[in-house]
Design a protein around this ligand. Structure first.
Ligand SMILES: *[C@@H]1O[C@H](CO)[C@@H](O)[C@H](O)[C@H]1NC(C)=O
Ligand SMILES: *[C@@H]1O[C@H](CO)[C@@H](O)[C@H](O)[C@H]1NC(C)=O
Ligand SMILES: *[C@@H]1O[C@H](CO)[C@@H](O)[C@H](O)[C@H]1NC(C)=O
Ligand SMILES: *[C@@H]1O[C@H](CO)[C@@H](O)[C@H](O)[C@H]1NC(C)=O
Ligand SMILES: *[C@@H]1O[C@H](CO)[C@@H](O)[C@H](O)[C@H]1NC(C)=O
Ligand SMILES: *[C@@H]1O[C@H](CO)[C@@H](O)[C@H](O)[C@H]1NC(C)=O
Ligand SMILES: *[C@@H]1O[C@H](CO)[C@@H](O)[C@H](O)[C@H]1NC(C)=O
Length: 305
């Protein structure tokens, strides 16, 4: 059913048909009023009126390709207009405020609308441009860093950033990266068939030789921050070397302690002077010869002496 046919069924038959023809020529494009709606939410179209006198009627129509395309909703002389479109259930006129609320906004609602206000049987036309926005999801940021194949310094990282469900289309912005060291290797935007919202996925490569905290953003949505090219807290070689040195010193100390404990005690038990504690290795061996017969314990520890 064409718009003209539909209008034949409205209460104000003649005047509306005349008016629809008028709008094509009398659209006042200087006075376009921009309004923004969030996907799935409501928005109110407010039709301006230059007169203080009560209006006879008001209707709002969709304009496509510079032509009135579809009647959204309206009233004339206190009667609601009959509307057969899908807008019927999600729009509501407010006669006092000359406004219309539209609920559950979708991307396809974006576009140009005309308010037609009747005052003294004269139509007064104004235009409203509806823009739709949808916030992108929090970006998912991922890294995959490795030493470059050529064995050079630094690291080569693949970083990807992806978001879903936003509108209008936007681009990926990276923070914390030196642009001259990055390369975009994958960049894809696709619109969902039904909701018309965008899914964006970008992958870049970045070469770095020092740690950097980076994040990515699409529209107003910002990812969490990740650190790339972090210096390894302590190279494992260093840790291993320290462990080896420590173990060596512990062994050395225990050998020394045992040597003095056993060799020294044996000598003093046999009546040598305590001052003679500091026996040389040679002394120790000669003393061992003397003590051999009686002492089993000593023999077990003999290798330390
Ligand atoms: C309304 O939006 C259009 C397109 O986005 C822009 O060209 C125009 O300047 C805007 N008008 C106002 C009053 O903001
Ligand atoms: C809102 O509109 C979408 C399609 O645009 C529809 O799938 C959904 O059911 C609607 N929600 C409500 C509450 O009417
Ligand atoms: C980015 O990297 C280039 C090449 O290594 C270097 O000359 C430049 O100073 C860097 N810029 C910043 C802001 O670090
Ligand atoms: C990525 O693709 C989008 C849309 O296809 C484009 O607008 C944007 O400039 C591209 N970005 C880069 C860095 O190529
Ligand atoms: C979306 O639409 C395009 C073309 O209209 C079609 O080729 C594609 O298969 C559709 N995708 C889905 C997920 O329905
Ligand atoms: C984005 O693109 C990369 C590279 O093709 C892919 O590995 C990754 O799975 C994509 N992410 C999403 C969310 O589609
Ligand atoms: C990265 O962030 C961490 C924690 O916020 C901070 O300690 C570190 O200094 C930052 N590194 C750089 C290179 O900015």
């Amino acid at each position: 059913m064409s718009l003209q046919q539909r209008c034949l069924y409205t209460h104000s038959l003649v005047s509306v048909v005349t008016l629809l023809l008028l709008t094509v020529t009398s659209g006042d494009s200087d006075a376009v009023q921009n309004i923004t709606a969030v996907l799935g939410h409501s928005v109110t179209f407010r039709c301006p009126s230059k007169h203080s006198t009560p209006v006879e009627g008001l209707f709002i129509q969709r304009v496509k390709n510079d032509k009135p395309d579809e009647l959204i909703n309206g009233f004339y002389k206190g009667q609601p207009m009959d509307v057969w479109s899908e807008y019927k259930d999600r729009t509501k006129m407010n006669e006092m405020e000359l406004s219309m609320e539209m609920r559950n906004i979708s991307v396809s609602d974006e576009g140009l609308y005309q308010c037609v206000v009747f005052i003294n049987s004269t139509p007064e036309i104004s235009e409203i441009l509806l823009e739709v926005t949808a916030e992108y999801s929090v970006p998912t940021i991922m890294k995959d860093c490795s030493k470059p194949g050529d064995g050079g310094a630094g690291k080569s990282c693949q970083l990807s950033c992806s978001v879903v469900g936003g509108y209008p289309q936007s681009t990926v912005r990276w923070t914390g990266l030196n642009q001259s060291l990055t390369n975009v290797i994958y960049n894809r935007s696709s619109a969902d068939n039904e909701s018309k919202t965008w899914t964006i996925n970008q992958t870049i490569t970045h070469n770095c030789d020092q740690p950097a905290n980076i994040s990515c953003a699409v529209g107003g949505a910002v990812s969490h921050t990740i650190t790339i090219c972090e210096t390894e807290s302590f190279p494992s070689v260093v840790i291993a070397a320290i462990a080896v040195v420590l173990v060596f010193f512990l062994l050395l100390i225990s050998v020394v302690v045992m040597k003095y404990y056993f060799c020294g005690r044996q000598t003093s038990e046999r009546g040598y002077e305590e001052a003679d504690f500091d026996v040389s290795l040679a002394d120790c061996h000669s003393q061992l010869q003397h003590l051999k017969e009686g002492d089993e314990t000593l023999r077990r520890f003999a290798p330390f002496c």
